[in-house]
Write a protein that binds this ligand. Structure first.
Ligand code: GRF
Length: 196
């Protein structure tokens, strides 16, 4: 049974879907920790309510010293002995040293059809570009931001009159389908791309 730690920063709706899928049974992985850089993240209580251990390491206490923040984050993280780390709405950029330590074992969900729109404001950028399609990508995390090998994508149409908010809501629904599916495959050892 693979051990999965999930890093969040906010509401944690993707994290909840990952946990629910793992806890539904017949899954090659189990959730062992949910950690947040924001002690006020609503997702922490949702994880605890599902019986998953939680940790909060407030990045603001480290005054921009990423290495010191990561050293503090590593304490609960390594304590949980994860085989796989899922970033799920985790809004801190990780240093190459941190990423290298978990190479091949860390995955992320990003709300765009990568390689389009790495970084922030993905939905606004898709609308501004006049794209007919948007979506989400699950990829392996490498030290190139949002550029690691793609494990799977889900697509949605961009509708006339979409705002970044309406498009984000449509994409998020698909994120909730995509991420559990890709984690299930990844935990079983699959690395080839799978689009839904
Ligand atoms: C998702 O759209 C995710 O792709 C992005 O941030 C959002 C997090 O939502 N990086 P949640 O915390 O999983 O609800």
């Amino acid at each position: 049974m693979k051990r999965v730690a999930i890093l969040i920063s906010g509401s944690g709706s993707n994290m909840v879907r990952l946990i629910e899928d793992m806890q539904a049974g017949d899954h090659p992985a189990q959730p062992v920790l949910v950690a947040s850089n924001d002690p006020a993240a609503a997702g922490l209580a949702k994880a605890a309510a599902r019986g998953v251990a939680t940790a909060a390491v407030d990045h603001r206490a480290y005054n921009g010293d990423r290495a010191a923040f990561e050293a503090a984050l590593l304490e609960p993280l390594l304590g949980a002995r994860p085989d796989i780390i899922c970033l799920a709405g985790f809004m801190r950029i990780l240093t190459p040293a941190f990423i290298d330590r978990f190479e091949g074992r860390m995955i992320n969900i990003h709300p765009s059809l990568l390689p389009k729109y790495p970084g922030l404001r993905t939905h606004a950028r898709a609308i501004e570009a006049g794209d007919e399609e948007a979506g989400a990508t699950v990829h392996e995390v490498t030290s190139d931001l949002d550029s690691g090998p793609i494990l799977g994508q889900a697509r949605v149409p961009v509708e006339p009159g979409d705002t970044p908010e309406t498009l984000a809501a449509r994409v998020l629904e698909r994120e909730h389908q995509l991420y559990p599916l890709i984690l299930r495959r990844f935990a079983a050892g699959a690395r080839e791309r799978f689009d839904i």
